[in-house]
Ligand binder design. Structure first.
Ligand SMILES: Cc1cc2nc3c(=O)[nH]c(=O)nc-3n(C[C@H](O)[C@H](O)[C@H](O)COP(=O)(O)OP(=O)(O)OC[C@H]3O[C@@H](n4cnc5c(N)ncnc54)[C@H](O)[C@@H]3O)c2cc1C
Length: 390
């Protein structure tokens, strides 16, 4: 089930969940149409949207789940329902962030808009520019509201092929503006190792941001305030981790990612117009930083050790952010590790809402007990969430 169909009469596209974003862009771009979707072509549509979904349009249009106008869902009893603002509106809202807890989505109807040229690409830097990049990322994050069409990601990557850490930055302007003023400070950072910045289309941009694959990887996430001290700590601890891993697996035995990107506070306001979601992002008072930590090992024998080291690294960053009162409770489901609890991080009101919807649409708990993997709402203890919030 991987078809994409554009409906000119109501500016939507029906996308089937077995599709990857690359297929969606290739289909729509040929018709001059765009949707907000994944930033890497290889990523699947289903899990991405149900976990929230950050796109190159997030500053302007909010999260991708809030671009959904209708879900077609197969419920546990086999009924097929359409959930939108008017019909099954509780299910419609819960699916936006609540992942696989309520049914199997068999169609996403997403808002469309005319596609334009895109300016962007990947710039690689040596790690020596790290402190400067953190300052620039922080200023960029603070000022997203001034140019919501521009977005960026900055990541410290330990690459076994290079045997060193390099910095990868992605810059994109979704209106095709070349060197938009928002990127002035980024573009002044020198030296650059390489740059692919150009005017192009989504198919090309999203094919560039791939997952090298091949390694046994663990991902973890945190959200914190736009505070350069926490970002410096995350990078400093990453470098220490790299040295430890080199001594353990050898220089070619692992890879890591220490990724920082803005999470615009405007997303919850943008969500309201489409019925809202369960992410609890209205708690963001200012633009925040989303942190993704990843560890991959070549030899699966080292996987438990690599995971433990990554977990300790993330725990230390979290403790440091807490010590500065710079931590934010929200965990982005799409980047979260199985040991983390993103659903819990949405707050007690949303946990209660998701539990109610799960009980209503799946009274026999089929998706809580028979569907393997994913984050289960039944495993979130509501009483603990409320106690922690008090
Ligand atoms: C290279 C790369 C780039 C990425 N870039 C981004 C990015 O730009 N923005 C972002 O937000 N995330 C990004 N991600 C993270 C990505 O969103 C998650 O990995 C997400 O889980 C991918 O969805 P999937 O359908 O491919 O995954 P799956 O592992 O298939 O699904 C994830 C979860 O969703 C459930 N699920 C999937 N489809 C359905 C359905 N139809 N109905 C009900 N439940 C379903 C599954 O049961 C599972 O629990 C990226 C990941 C990678 C590897």
């Amino acid at each position: 089930m991987n078809a994409t169909k554009y409906h000119a009469e109501n500016d939507t596209a029906s996308i089937q969940p077995g599709s990857r974003w690359g297929q969606v862009y290739r289909t729509l771009e040929g018709q001059g149409i765009a949707v907000a979707g994944g930033r890497a072509s290889s990523v699947g549509v289903g899990g991405f949207i149900l976990g929230g979904g950050i796109s190159y349009y997030t500053g302007k249009r909010g999260l991708v789940c809030d671009s959904v106008v209708r879900f077609e869902v197969v419920l546990a009893n086999g009924d097929v329902v359409l959930a939108d603002k008017e019909n099954h509106s509780d299910l419609f809202v819960a699916l936006k962030g609540g992942s696989s807890n309520f049914g199997i989505v068999t169609r996403f109807d997403l808002e469309t808009f005319p596609s334009t040229a895109i300016w962007g690409g990947i710039v690689m830097y040596p790690k020596v520019v790290g402190p400067q990049m953190i300052n620039v990322l922080s200023a960029f994050t603070a000022n997203i509201g001034e140019d919501p069409a521009s977005s960026s990601i900055v990541a410290w990557l330990y690459l076994p092929t290079v045997k060193d850490t390099l910095i990868m930055a992605t810059y994109e302007n979704n209106e095709g503006v070349i060197n938009a003023p928002a990127f002035k400070e980024y573009l002044a950072v020198q030296p650059q190792i390489s740059s692919t910045l150009r005017v192009t289309n989504w198919t090309s941009i999203t094919e560039e941001l791939g997952d090298p694959g091949g390694l046994d990887k663990s991902w973890f996430t945190l959200t914190f305030k736009n505070d350069v001290r926490v970002m410096r700590k995350a990078v400093e601890l990453h470098e220490a981790l790299v040295e430890e891993m080199k001594a353990t697996t050898g220089e070619e035995g692992f890879s890591t990612i220490c990724m920082l990107q803005p999470l615009p506070a405007v997303t919850s306001r943008l969500a309201e117009g489409n019925g809202g979601n369960v992410l609890g992002l209205e708690r963001l008072e200012e633009n925040a930083i989303l942190f993704l930590a990843s560890m991959g090992v070549v030899d699966p024998e080292f996987a438990p050790l690599g995971m433990k080291k990554a977990q300790d690294w993330v725990g230390a960053v979290e403790a440091y952010a807490k010590s500065l009162d710079a931590d934010i409770e929200y965990l982005f489901l799409n980047y979260a590790h199985g040991s983390q609890s993103p659903l819990r991080s949405y707050g007690s009101e949303n946990v209660a809402k998701m539990k109610k919807v799960a009980t209503k649409y799946d009274p026999d708990r089929v998706f809580q007990t028979l569907l393997p993997g994913g984050f289960k709402i039944s495993q979130v203890d509501e009483a603990t969430v409320i106690r922690d919030e008090l």
